[in-house]
Design a protein around this ligand. Sequence first.
Ligand code: K1U
Ligand code: ZN
Length: 169
Amino acid sequence: MALLPILYYPDPKLYKVAKPVAVVDARIQTLVADMLFTMYEAKGIGLAATQVDVHERLIVIDTSEERDQPLVLINPELTWKSEATHLNEEGCLSVPGVYDDVMRHDAVHVTALDETGVSRTIKADGILAVCVQHEMDHLLGKVFVEYLSPLKRNRIKTKMQKLQREELR
Ligand code: K1U
Ligand code: ZN
């Protein structure tokens, strides 16, 4: 399994809109395994293919305490969302060290293919619902900081650009 490099905000590649996966084949299964490995290594609860510079509709998630319940969503489509919404604190592996509140639907239903190409419907609430919405935004080229005020977003952008300049030195 390979550790994939994660793109950091404000990399313009994070704004690309992902295309549907055409066929769930060995290439996709290898990508799934590498994304799960990368997510667990980074101590994340989710990862979208966009974040590893692959612009196809694929997400991996594991919100379990034991980190032993991987969820693979290929070509995910939102089929239902609750009317109720709440603010939830979010983080992002592409924006390390930044946490802020984002309004999300309390519950969602998502239909997607799994890593074997079988269609499944996931009924998510709690942190899983928040994570699914955050990851599906990545596939549309949207990073959670886009929900924050322009002032906050610009501060985060400047901080991230400074961090990346320092790392390059
Ligand atoms: O997409 C990502 O970058 C992964 C992200 C997923 C996520 C976390 C929290 C809310 C919504 C989506 C992370 O895993 S960030 C790191 C993390 O584990 C975490 C951060 C804040 C709260 C809970 C978990
Ligand atoms: Zn993220």
